[in-house]
Every structure is written in structure tokens, then in C-alpha cells.
Design a protein around this ligand. Structure first.
Ligand code: A3P
Length: 318
């Protein structure tokens, strides 16, 4: 479990002792590494990933901030790139892997795997390899940047992301969060002091990378995906260069990966991931603007002010 730190190498311990640390929202202790706050476990995963991961030109890396649509994109990308191997059409989808396997088990989480299963052999993944990470652009393994592999980055409206994290945190770390006031969590969020924070640096690094190198980094938003899923799938398919895709096929992928469909599957309602997280924790509401039932006007304004300030001049509106 990425919030527990019981299997650290000496290298990680040495590094950790030199890093700024804070007691955080969601975790008892977190460490600032290259600008972002991490648990010890994730930090170790990131270090190992930086050191050992060798990207291939054909790789596809999905990057997100936590609670920004990772599960959905994992499903969409998996369905898209494997559509010849696993046809998605309604008639033949009876044995599609997404019907019986949670998306997180179909798409390995780089730094999570490097922490939990250091012997995992990435070279055995079928080509094109599809993997995901929360690592910031500047901290990506060198080979990811130097190879021709493709990066799909998805971000989400920060108020919805905060609220999603707030509820997820309560499920994931009930003891840490039980008495944690939401005002304090919003403050931590706006100061960037929470796991994987600050979100704005993460988003902006990939935003600028996508503008500088649009063939390398594709920037998508949860909101666009929600409003025009089919159009976004087509855009992703073009970016990945994975052949022409018919309208019906796109519709089938939209349907297969929709919140309504995936969240009702047995495997996503009843399953548990090897790290102990229940699969249902990844499916809550799946809406745009759902923050309204959790955030007061003044807390929402606090996040808005932060977003306005941090994103001003970037050309990005969230
Ligand atoms: P909410 O908590 O707002 O419902 P991540 O996958 O990055 O952890 O993000 C989880 C968020 O994505 C949750 O948001 C979850 O409900 C939503 N989500 C999961 N699967 C989805 C899907 N197929 N379509 C749309 N949203 C989805």
C-alpha cells in the first residue's frame, strides 16, 4: 500500500533524511522531492523507476494527477489500442478483458509497481506497452523524454479533483482523515502540500510540454472527455497513430468505458487490488461540477483564487 512505508531501501532512507518533510493531509508524513510531496513508498518507487525504467519508442504513458480520471483513461486507452485483439463491438464484448478485470490491473502504475513488485518485468508487457504514472514531467525517467514514446496527460477541474480526493482519502485512510477538517484540507491543497501536490506545477509542466511538443504530449481534460467522449477518443487515436477508427467502434468504446457501465461490473464493485484498495473506491460519482455538494462557497472560492493565480498567463483554463 503506497501510504505505508515498511519496505524501504537504504538509498531511499538516505535520500529521505535530506528532504523537507511535513505531516500531511491523508498521510502521517510526506517528503518533498523535486518540488512534489510524496510518501516514502512512492518516493522509492519514483527513484527506482527513474533508475531502471527503459522506455521504448512504441510505449504509451498515461500521466495524471491522482483523482483526475486515471481509471477512465486506463480503460479507454486499453480498449483503444487493443481493439483488434479484443474487439469492443457490442456482440463480441462478452469476453473483453475490461468486463472481468479492473482497469488498474490491466495498466501497470509505474512507481507503484517499482515499489511493490521490484522484480516485475516491464519488458514482458505486450507491445505497445501501456503504463501510467503520476510522476511530474521534469522527474520522468530520462528515456521517456528521449525516446519517441507518447504521453497522454489528463487533468481535471481542481475543485472536482479536490473533492474526489477528499472522499477517496476517507476510504483509503479512515484513521488519518476521520477528524481532519475540510477547511484544513483545502488549505493544504491550495498550498500544494498534499500527496503529489502541488497540482498546478504538475499540470503546467505537462501543459507547456504539450504546447512545445504536440507530437509527444497530448493534453486532455476530464471535462472534454465527459462532454465529447467520442471526439476525444478519435483525437487520442490520431495522436497515438493507431490507425483509422470507425464511428461505431468509437461508440462501442465510449459505452464500454462509461462510468455507468464500468461502475456496475462485479469486478469493479466487489474487487480488491493487490495493494488492498477496494476497486469500488475508484468509482464514486464521475461527474463534472460534483464539488458543489461537498464544498461551501467560501472554500470553492479559496480554490478558485489559487487556480486563477497559478494558471494566469498560461493560456490554460480549468
Ligand atoms: P469522483 O470522485 O468525482 O466521482 P482516478 O481514476 O484518477 O482515481 O479518478 C477517480 C475519479 O474518476 C472519480 O471521480 C471517479 O468516480 C471518476 N471515474 C472513474 N471511472 C470513470 C469513468 N468511467 N467515467 C467517468 N469518471 C470516472
Amino acid at each position: 500500500d503506497y501510504l505505508r512505508d515498511d519496505d524501504l531501501t537504504q538509498e531511499t532512507r538516505d535520500l529521505i533524511s535530506s528532504l523537507p518533510s511535513e505531516k500531511g493531509w491523508l498521510v502521517s508524513q510526506m517528503y518533498q522531492f523535486k518540488g512534489f510531496w510524496q510518501t516514502q513508498a512512492l518516493l522509492q518507487g519514483i527513484l527506482k523507476c527513474q533508475k531502471h525504467f527503459e522506455a521504448k519508442d512504441s510505449d504509451i504513458i498515461l500521466v495524471t494527477n491522482p483523482k483526475s480520471g486515471t481509471t477512465w483513461l486506463k480503460a479507454l486507452l486499453f480498449a483503444l489500442i487493443n481493439r483488434h485483439k479484443f474487439p469492443v463491438s457490442s456482440s463480441s464484448s462478452g469476453d473483453h478483458p475490461l468486463l472481468v478485470t479492473n482497469p488498474h490491473l490491466l495498466v501497470p502504475f509505474l512507481e507503484g509497481v517499482y515499489y511493490e513488485s521490484p522484480d516485475f518485468n516491464f519488458s514482458e508487457l505486450p507491445s505497445p506497452r501501456l503504463m501510467n504514472t503520476h510522476i511530474s514531467y521534469l522527474s520522468l525517467p530520462e528515456s521517456v523524454k528521449s525516446s519517441s514514446c507518447k504521453i497522454v496527460y489528463c487533468c481535471r477541474n481542481p475543485k472536482d479533483m479536490f473533492v474526489s480526493l477528499w472522499h477517496f482519502g476517507k476510504k483509503l485512510a479512515p484513521e488519518e482523515t476521520a477528524d481532519y477538517p475540510i477547511e484544513k484540507a483545502v488549505k493544504a491543497f491550495c498550498e500544494g502540500k498534499f500527496i503529489a501536490g502541488p497540482f498546478w506545477d504538475h499540470v503546467l509542466e505537462y501543459w507547456y510540454a504539450s504546447r512545445e511538443n504536440p507530437n509527444k504530449v497530448l493534453f486532455v481534460t476530464y471535462e472534454d472527455l465527459k462532454k465529447q467522449t467520442g471526439k476525444e477518443i478519435t483525437r487520442i487515436a490520431e495522436f497515438l497513430g493507431c490507425g483509422s477508427i470507425g464511428e461505431e467502434e468509437v461508440k462501442d468504446i465510449v459505452r464500454l468505458c462509461s462510468f455507468e457501465h464500468l461502475s456496475k461490473l462485479e469486478v469493479n464493485k466487489e474487487g480488491t487490488l493487490p495493494n488492498g484498495i477496494e476497486t469500488k473506491a475508484f468509482f464514486r460519482k464521475g461527474e463534472i461540477g460534483g464539488w458543489r455538494d461537498t464544498l461551501s462557497e467560501s472554500l470553492a472560492e479559496e480554490i478558485d483564487r489559487t487556480i486563477d493565480e497559478k494558471f494566469r498567463g498560461s493560456g490554460l483554463e480549468l
